[in-house]
Design a protein around this ligand. Structure first.
Ligand SMILES: Cc1cc2nc3c(=O)[nH]c(=O)nc-3n(C[C@H](O)[C@H](O)[C@H](O)COP(=O)(O)O)c2cc1C
Length: 186
């Protein structure tokens, strides 16, 4: 499959490197789209090296050819991991003020989200409402789990593991989009 991997500005962004690596090992093609915030946590070079593809960040680069529309047309599925409270709120409102959000808004295939944030952000009524809006739109959401959070706190907010993201996505595709799995390597 052609997989669009979105990464936002969470401390969990380092886990996306292992996600990208596992997807590549399974024979998928991965193009990474990062927010400016994500680049504060992990470098685009990591994903360029792991995926063998250029990494997309800026909406207005002269090097991109119709960037958001050509990216969204390329992808079979889109996974955003980790997803911040901020980007989830923008998605819920249909805001597209960076490349990742523009690709998400333009993308018509299945979207899978793995939020990561502190427990209080996750439980905030604004966030609860935003994820309910996204769920109602048919977007698949892997709720964060309980565990150690940044700042030595524990609570619900930890991004699900890359292994779980891959397994859950596969199960959903098998059921809802079997045609997309036909060419997958075992
Ligand atoms: C050290 C640090 C860790 C952060 N971790 C998270 C996080 O896990 N989840 C989250 O929603 N926001 C987190 N934030 C806040 C986001 O980075 C901030 O809301 C940012 O505007 C997100 O931008 P983006 O959604 O465009 O990537 C963190 C900020 C800092 C400084």
């Amino acid at each position: 499959m052609n997989i669009l991997l979105g990464i936002t500005g969470s401390i969990a962004a380092y886990k996306s490197a292992s996600l990208a690596s596992s997807l590549i090992k399974k024979g998928h093609k991965v193009k990474t789209v990062m927010t400016g915030g994500a680049c504060e946590f992990i470098t685009p070079l990591t994903f360029k090296s792991l995926t063998g593809q250029r990494v997309y960040i800026d909406s207005f680069s002269v090097e991109y050819d119709r960037s958001h529309t050509s990216l969204s047309a390329w992808g079979d599925i889109m996974i955003v991991a980790p997803l911040t409270a901020n980007s989830a709120a923008k998605m819920a409102a249909g805001i597209a003020n960076n490349l990742l959000l523009s690709v998400i808004l333009d993308f018509t295939g299945p979207i899978f989200l793995a939020p990561a944030m502190h427990e209080d952000m996750w439980n905030n009524k604004a966030t609860v409402n935003n994820f309910s809006v996204l769920r109602d739109r048919g977007i698949y959401i892997y709720n964060p789990e309980e565990g150690a959070l940044a700042g030595l706190k524990t609570g619900v907010g930890r991004m699900v593991s890359p292994e779980k993201i891959i397994a859950k996505t596969r199960d959903i595709l098998k059921k809802d989009y079997p045609e997309l799995l036909k060419a997958e390597k075992r």
